[in-house]
Design a protein around this ligand. Sequence first.
Ligand SMILES: Cc1cc2nc3c(=O)[nH]c(=O)nc-3n(C[C@H](O)[C@H](O)[C@H](O)COP(=O)(O)OP(=O)(O)OC[C@H]3O[C@@H](n4cnc5c(N)ncnc54)[C@H](O)[C@@H]3O)c2cc1C
Ligand code: HEM
Length: 487
Amino acid sequence: MDAPTTESAGNGADGDSGAWGWFTPSPAKSPEKPTDSTEPVESSGTAESAAEQAVPPTAPRTTPQAAPRAAGRTATLPPRREVPAAAGPVPESALEASVRTQRPAAAEASADALLIRRTMAEIEPVAEQVTSYFYALLFVRYPDLRQLFPVSMDEQRDRLFKALLTAAQRVDDDASLTEFLAHLGRGHRKYGTLPEHYPAVGECLLGALARYATLSWDGEAEAAWIRAYTKISQIMIDAAAEDEATAPAWWDAEVVAHELRTSDIAIVTVRPDQPYPFLAGQYTSVETPWWPRVWRHYSFACAPRSDGLLSFHVKAVPAGWVSGALVHRARPGDVIRLGPPGGSMTVDHTTDNGLLCLGGGTGIAPIKALVEDVAEHGRRRPVEVFYGARSDHDLYDIDTMLRLEHAHPWLSVRPVISSGPTGGVYRSISGRLPDAVREYGPWGEYDAYVSGPPGMIRSGVDALVGVGVPSDRIRHDAVEELVAAGE
Ligand SMILES: Cc1cc2nc3c(=O)[nH]c(=O)nc-3n(C[C@H](O)[C@H](O)[C@H](O)COP(=O)(O)OP(=O)(O)OC[C@H]3O[C@@H](n4cnc5c(N)ncnc54)[C@H](O)[C@@H]3O)c2cc1C
Ligand code: HEM
């Protein structure tokens, strides 16, 4: 999440001048300003130093289980109080030009969308400070919320802020907004997020915006943000409440097998404590007992199985918290947590198109799941897998893939090696995945799936489009997510 100012308040310059909390559900909760010693604005010169002072270095050791799983239903904000005029006139040239550059179709946007984009254009260059200030406000005003977040949250926090801004930008497009936010709202159940937390976040978001968007912030901008945030949070709250009827906030899953395939890649198999519905090609989020409240994504390495077991291929990245723990520490009997499934890299069973699959590194895991899925559905569709790695040694799952190829005449698996000797026992091809795809084909009758590091996804998609696969028939996980994950 992030940040802006609160308050609307008074002069539009620092969010702390007005009465607290028209966003706050219970006036008793934070009726007064924080004391000087923790006040993020006055006590420090910059938002960064404010954040450093305000955010406790460690959070109380409370896990999301401690929070009630119930979700209520209402996010509507209290009526807006009167807002004084903005601090000064907005320099139209700079801001308007910026907005025009971002959205040429601005003329079609609603008045609220235009106001929101003006704020965003202004804060974009200082987004990091705005984010820090937002968290400072949140944890000073609502210290109880700190325990929902990981001890160290530098890597994740701008994702929350970015998501808020992305959502605010889509405020005119209900379908896209709901698609984006409903999944997020369901996923927030695992953090212990409750409906009553949303007004606190909204208040601090506006607090940070008002502090940094000094040129474009005024009563109208504030009112537009309140409407947008109310809509955003209501979608997330509703999605969470609906999900509650059918799914737990998270699943406990016991490790039942742990196989170290290479010095840094493990195949981890778990048994969820209750049925876990998902589709081949999707991923989930995982929390380990060693890094509470730190969640990371992992793709399922199998299609749904009759015994309910799930498997993952995990590569330990240097100094990686969760991957290191899953590869080097997890043992049978350990219990991890799983969030809900996500992702749309799934097989379209309504068509007979072939599947062209590009998997690099542990990106082969969901590709293997797709192959199993096709096998289980029983329709003979050609499936062509290009499995990329640096060397033969890095093809850690090649034996499984070749066994599948042997069992299914419709499946072809081609290892592609970017450096080192080729040929060998696996008959690997030399080069990079995109080049290999260009050499074979034609692919006009195929749906394409790309899985691996972001660079590979980008070059793979380019190559596929280049050989004539329409982009709406190319599926992959969100590159931004993977980049955020450091992949
Ligand atoms: C949709 C999705 C699916 C994913 N599926 C899988 C999967 O099936 N298997 C799998 O192993 N991972 C997968 N990942 C990546 C995974 O979510 C984690 O990002 C990864 O395991 C690192 O987490 P960590 O906590 O160990 O490292 P962190 O503690 O987050 O990172 C430690 C340091 O390592 C850097 N780093 C992170 N990743 C890498 C990397 N790949 N190479 C080099 N440095 C890195 C970070 O920037 C940071 O400096 C997936 C990610 C996404 C978004
Ligand atoms: C209303 C708009 C909100 C948006 C758009 C939003 C968005 C996000 C996003 C994108 C993430 C990154 C991880 C993920 O995808 O799950 C995240 C994480 C998180 N959010 Fe939210 N969120 C919102 C509200 C809230 C509220 C009200 C709370 C409760 C205090 C909350 C608590 C958390 C926590 C604890 C995390 C995990 C942080 C971490 O792993 O570092 N969020 N949020």
